[in-house]
Design a protein around this ligand. Structure first.
Ligand code: FE
Length: 210
């Protein structure tokens, strides 16, 4: 009995299927489900972080008067209290053999777009650790100049708590004050790229792991 019931069921399915194909409903519905290839939005090209590395330790410079210890851990400095031109910075921390350093500590601090540091709280301040591929990422704004200084972002970088600390400052190309600033160093210029999705910057640090 089970075999006969099964055969009848299959026969009914076959008749229904044939009727469906004959009406063209199957083809129509498939065309509606699969959109034309050209209708997909164009994907944003992937960000490729340049791996440039000369093996020279990133130049050490002074902290300046505005460093604060114990910054919060974060990669995004955006805050309604610090409006400005958005900038995303990506890069690697390398050792002197140009091998990426995972879990390196980086502490960033900078002025707001008016050239003013937040010394009361931790606006535009934060530390982070590189990922397993030695990469970091920071979302921030372009800092303004202040008396005697061209726009810059401060950073402290350390491969591990036992490794030598690098304290440095990152600069922006094309700033008229760069050449009037005695601390400015072209070795720490950020490579800027204007993309459809905003302004991106790239900078790779080199530190000693000893
Ligand atoms: Fe400064």
């Amino acid at each position: 009995m089970k075999t006969i019931a099964g055969l009848v069921f299959l026969l009914i399915l076959a008749i229904l299927g044939a009727a469906y194909v004959k009406t063209g409903k199957v083809n129509t519905s498939l065309v509606q489900i699969v959109p034309k290839f050209g209708s997909f939005p164009k994907p944003t090209p992937d960000v490729v972080i340049p791996k440039n590395c000369d093996g020279k330790i990133t130049p050490n410079v002074i902290d300046g008067p505005y460093y604060k210890e114990s910054s919060p851990e974060r990669t995004d400095f955006n805050d309604p209290q610090v409006p400005g031109e958005a900038l995303k910075i990506k890069g690697y921390v390398f050792d002197t053999n140009c091998n990426p350093v995972a879990h390196a500590w980086i502490d960033f601090w900078q002025a707001n777009s008016q050239g003013v540091y937040d010394n009361d709280k931790f606006l535009l301040r934060g530390h982070q650790y590189t990922d397993p591929n030695g990469r970091y990422h920071l979302e921030t704004i372009i800092p303004g100049p202040y008396t005697g200084r061209t726009p810059h972002i401060h950073a402290k970088v350390q491969a591990s708590p036992q490794s030598p600390l690098v304290t440095t400052q990152l600069y922006f190309p094309g700033q008229s004050r760069n050449n009037e600033d005695s601390i400015f160093d072209p070795a720490t210029l950020i490579k800027i790229e204007d993309r459809a999705d905003g302004k991106w910057g790239y900078f790779n640090f080199v530190v000693s792991v000893k």
